[in-house]
Design a protein around this ligand. Structure first.
Ligand code: BDP
Length: 721
């Protein structure tokens, strides 16, 4: 028999036997791991260039920057680097905003200061009084903070810090997360737990996570956050909540993050006691002015409003016979005196319009071009339907030269496997940003529309629908962190390459070991195409199941509105499959510039990846590889599954480079992804086979379940719904 004393000791011994890192929750630290360098030469090299840290300022933001440098460098180099407030000695790392620098250094950097904008930074090795130092500076302390994070990234990713000469500015001014967080703590389309915002405990209780959230965002240059869902609740604009919003704004301020809110158009009625929310009504106009004044009194740097109006049942100006311009401009006037902006969403599709849903936002908004106030920016989703695994770029980009348009990407994977599937989204984002609108001839890319360079707009921005929640690892899937990271990096510089982003992220999140980086980077880079293959190959779209949008549902045909049903989008019948949006069909192609329209219209030039988006073709249609459409499609589904098998193998071979916890998490998630990739393949092929009437080609695995089985699957309480 074991003595009671032993019974007490045993669990403690057992606990000690578990390797330390199973408790370490490394994934909470995101890409800011600051892993100790195990290469002594490298440590010597870095240490020789950083003999001390000089902090020239004492603002809240510079305290944040100093702490970051201390934690980062001390952890990575494994020793304490002294901190001082004056440039005394040599090989110092000096940071501070322009005005804190001594005149001689300012003069040395004058050209660089001319080259940067408000948020841009300079990291430069200079010689001062015959001594070498590294200076990190910018026009204000937030820009310096960006520089500090960028410098730390160099060390994190084992880059040289010799003779540095980095001059970098963000290309957009609003780099913002859209939280679809509800006041009850749920997150619409959120798959990483509950909302971060604990409204009940705010304003008194400041969760450490708010600070860590701000820090993570600042580290990638994100400078704004919309705290609330676009399907808005007017209560957020009442004093009860504004006090809480103010507390969050105070936490975020030193990190350069402005707070924005969603404005429910009917708020004047719901919380203001007015009879109408008509944007032309004087009492309504006044109500919003007073409300804005009240907000800015609490939060002087409040960013402004994001509005979803007259879309999917949300109230808006059209309820009063007014239009989007009337609504947006009325709100814009209310926030203009305080420097606020209105981000007005273009995600609209009317239930009274039976034509192609993909055409509706363009049809409605393009005639408004040039009519919005200066502080309005129209927020457009990357594609014309709704964040599908693949969509051609939204035709509004390139069609409203007189209106600033901001990009809306979805970081949360509503249509891309929730937080269960590994899909590296910067590939998708890059594909859209690189697309050529031909607005002003070849080279008029979406990126140039978004960064304002094509039409000379000063107000610019990129929004990402957040994938962040209360899960310990923030995003549910360890690799979904890369999508948050990559979004921020692309919002800063829409011309960055997804592969560069993947490389940076892997190094700062996991390891600098090439044996790990190479296969994992490849896996990430292929992962988006993989998901497209097993979900919606060849331009298929919107064939997911209803409501929760989880898994396949190409058979769904009984929803209230035609354009909510997958059958509306794939139009499969005995003759073939696909939505004819060419000039012989809905003519959605005509919304693009002639060069682009021509390319999409013509079967010979339409990229096969977009084929069924633009064309209805027969099951026997010959693909470029000589296969029939049916065979090619079946093989694409199979390829998607095979690619996930490869991902499983790749990951299994990384065990020795990764902490146990993250290794196991990803391993389990990949198994689910594999199971679900097969589910997508089998369900879709069995369903479409009813129309094609053809056998599966050789190489495609036979489904192990019937179509009836797949149709019968139900997912009560799916997250995010
Ligand atoms: C759809 C989502 C829905 C959002 C809507 C939007 O399913 O939850 O409210 O987009 O963007 O994709 O407004």
């Amino acid at each position: 028999m074991i003595s009671p004393k032993k019974l007490f000791i045993l669990p403690i011994v057992a606990l000690l036997m578990i390797p330390f890192d199973s408790f370490s929750q490394r994934d909470y630290k995101l890409w800011l791991q600051y892993e100790k360098k195990n290469n002594p030469e490298l440590v010597r090299e870095y240490s020789s260039k950083i003999s001390g840290i000089v902090s020239l300022e004492n603002s809240e933001s510079s305290k944040v920057a100093l702490k970051e440098l201390e934690v980062g460098l001390n952890d990575m180099l494994g020793k304490k680097i002294p901190v001082q407030s004056k440039i005394e000695g040599e090989n110092l790392l000096v940071f501070g905003s322009k005005l804190s620098l001594d005149a001689e250094i300012q003069k040395k950097l004058s050209k660089d200061f001319e080259a940067i904008n408000k948020d841009g930074f300079i990291i430069k090795t200079i010689s001062h009084k015959n001594k070498k130092h590294i200076v990190i500076t910018g026009k204000n302390d937030i820009a310096v903070l960006y520089g500090v994070f960028s410098f730390l990234r160099l060390v994190q990713t084992n880059k040289s810090i010799d003779n540095l000469n980095i001059v970098d500015s963000p290309k957009t001014n609003i780099r913002i997360l859209n939280h679809w967080d509800n006041l009850d703590g749920t997150v619409e389309r959120g798959y990483a737990g509950a909302s971060l915002w604990n409204w009940q405990k705010l304003p008194e209780f400041i969760d450490q996570r708010y600070i860590d959230y701000a820090r993570a965002n600042a580290s990638i240059g994100i400078n704004g956050t919309v705290l609330t869902n676009v399907n808005a609740n007017a209560l957020i604009l009442t004093p009860l909540y504004l006090e809480k919003v103010e507390a969050l704004a105070n936490v975020f301020r030193p990190y350069g993050i402005k707070v924005y809110l969603t404005a429910r158009f009917s708020a004047p009625i719901e919380i203001g006691g007015l009879k109408t929310a008509d944007p032309k009504d004087a009492t309504v106009i006044n109500w919003w002015k007073e409300k804005s004044k009240e907000i800015y009194k609490r939060i002087p740097d409040f960013g402004g409003f994001l509005v979803k109006a007259n879309s999917e049942g949300q109230p808006g100006p059209q309820n009063y016979g007014r239009d989007h311009v009337d609504g947006a401009n009325m709100l814009a006037d209310a926030v203009a005196p305080f420097g606020g902006v209105v981000m007005w969403r273009a995600f609209v599709y009317s239930e009274h319009d039976a034509s192609d849903r993909a055409k509706q936002a363009y049809s409605e908004f393009v005639p408004y071009d040039g009519r919005f106030k200066d502080n309005v920016i129209v927020q457009v989703k990357n594609g014309a339907i709704d964040f599908q695994p693949r969509e051609p770029f939204h035709p509004m980009f390139g069609a409203m030269p007189k209106t600033p348009l901001m990009m809306e990407f979805q970081i949360t994977q509503e249509y891309l496997g929730f937080s269960t599937h590994l899909v590296f989204l910067p590939k998708l984002f890059q594909e859209v940003l690189e697309a050529d609108t031909y607005q002003k001839g070849k080279g008029s890319t979406v990126a140039k529309v978004v960064d304002g360079s094509l039409d000379n707009h000063k107000l610019t921005g990129i929004a990402g629908v957040s994938n962040i929640g209360s899960d310990i690892n923030w995003t549910g899937h360890p690799f979904a962190q890369a999508n948050w990271y990559g979004f921020g990096r692309l919002a800063w510089d829409p011309y960055l390459d997804a592969e560069t982003i993947a490389d940076e992220w892997i190094r700062s999140t996991f390891s600098n070991d090439e044996n790990f980086i190479k296969p994992v980077k490849e896996m990430m880079m292929d992962s988006r195409e993989t998901a497209v293959n097993y979900m919606t190959p060849l331009g298929l779209h919107h064939i997911m199941d209803t409501g929760h949008h989880y898994g396949p549902g190409p058979w769904v045909s009984d929803l209230g509105r035609p354009d909510w049903n997958p059958v509306y989008y794939h139009k499969a019948d005995k003759n073939g499959i696909g939505f004819d949006r060419s000039k012989t069909g809905s003519n959605a192609t005509s919304q693009y510039a002639p060069e682009v329209a021509k390319m999409y219209d013509n079967l010979a030039t339409c990229p096969e990846k977009d084929l069924l988006w633009f064309h209805h073709v027969s099951w026997d249609y010959k693909l470029k590889n000589g296969r029939t459409l049916w065979d090619g499609m079946a093989l694409k589904y199979q390829q998607g599954v095979d690619q996930v098998e490869e991902m499983v193998k790749t990951w299994n071979a990384t065990e020795k480079y990764v902490d146990t916890e993250r290794f196991k998490e990803v391993q389990m998630l990949l198994q689910i992804q594999l199971k679900e990739a097969k589910w997508w393949r089998d369900a879709c092929l069995l369903y479409f086979q009813q129309y094609s009437g053809k056998q599966l080609p050789e190489g495609v695995e036979k489904p192990t379940q019937t179509l009836e089985h797949f149709k019968s699957l139900k997912f009560p309480f799916a997250p995010g719904n």
